[in-house]
Ligand binder design. Sequence first.
Ligand code: UD1
Length: 337
Amino acid sequence: MKVLVTGGLGFIGSHTVVELQNEGFEVVIIDNLSNATEDVLKGIAAITGKTPLFEKLDLREKAAVHDFFKKHNDVTGVIHFAASKAVGESVEQPLLYYENNINSLIYLLQELQQKPEASFIFSSSCTVYGQAEKMPITEDAPVQTAMSPYGNTKQIGEEIITDTAKVTNIRAILLRYFNPVGAHSSNEIGELPLGVPQNLVPFITQTGMGLRKELSVFGDDYPTPDGTAVRDYIHVVDLAKAHVIALKRLFDKKNLQKVETFNLGTGTGSSVLEVINSFEKVSDKKLPYKIMPRREGDITEAYANTDKANNVLGWKAQLSLDEAMASAWKWEQKVRS
Ligand code: UD1
């Protein structure tokens, strides 16, 4: 079966391509290389022994998307990662985010709706819950007004897919990720953030390498056990495996609704200080950090109720925070060597 993975050279995309190829799927990647390089193909090939097909293409180009589906008319399964994902940048450049994240989705669905059947996996985020009232967060927790254009594109994306699935032959699964971290155990692929990382784990590993002077811990006055904010850090390899399971579920028509939603997290919340401790343990290094004011727009805590993912999807995170931090650290050292 040929599967299209958009954004397949990115962080989560590349790990998912590996898992798909390991399961025998033929993969074609679309990526516009805005936040990735073709070198990632070599990493994927080193792990799986196979180089996936690759088309450099920008999904905002409707005609190019149409031509792609004409050429690869045997694609009936799509995992859609390609999107812009920096929260701060989305506030500065809202139209870039709406154009990139929404238009690309529409053009893909316009092609898929012409097929007798199609399976679509969407990269969504726990950001749709905002600060949820109850922890851990279940899939039926209310979606709250988005705090950034980025977050809004995930909510709108979910709605576009849901409305379209109702009246077409498209079946879809919306995967709401918590905080993806870590790297492949082979050390052939990992996260490659451009510029100064905004996310906690790449900032920590870069600080460990001496590229950043110190980590700013954003807030120690949250109503949490140690005062720092709590998140659910999920190993990217676990996350990648969930995509393959979700796609097979749709291919096998095991889905119970036209559109299903699953939280992808470990179910355990970790504070910023706990993440720092984990890093210090696995790297045997002291991490320089200072306590700073809260970051605007940050929530206090978010961790997943994983019952639905465990029992309905049949997926469970296997890897620990320490394993994620150790792999992220190993990867950072390789990238800088
Ligand atoms: C962020 C995005 C979220 C997106 C996710 C993708 C915001 C407000 N949210 O989530 O929409 O889906 O990334 O991965 O940007 N922290 C520090 N110092 C740092 C960096 C982070 O203390 O230098 C803290 C943050 O305050 C937070 C935790 O670490 O409590 C995790 O931060 P981050 O990795 O940026 O993820 P989120 O903010 O949860």
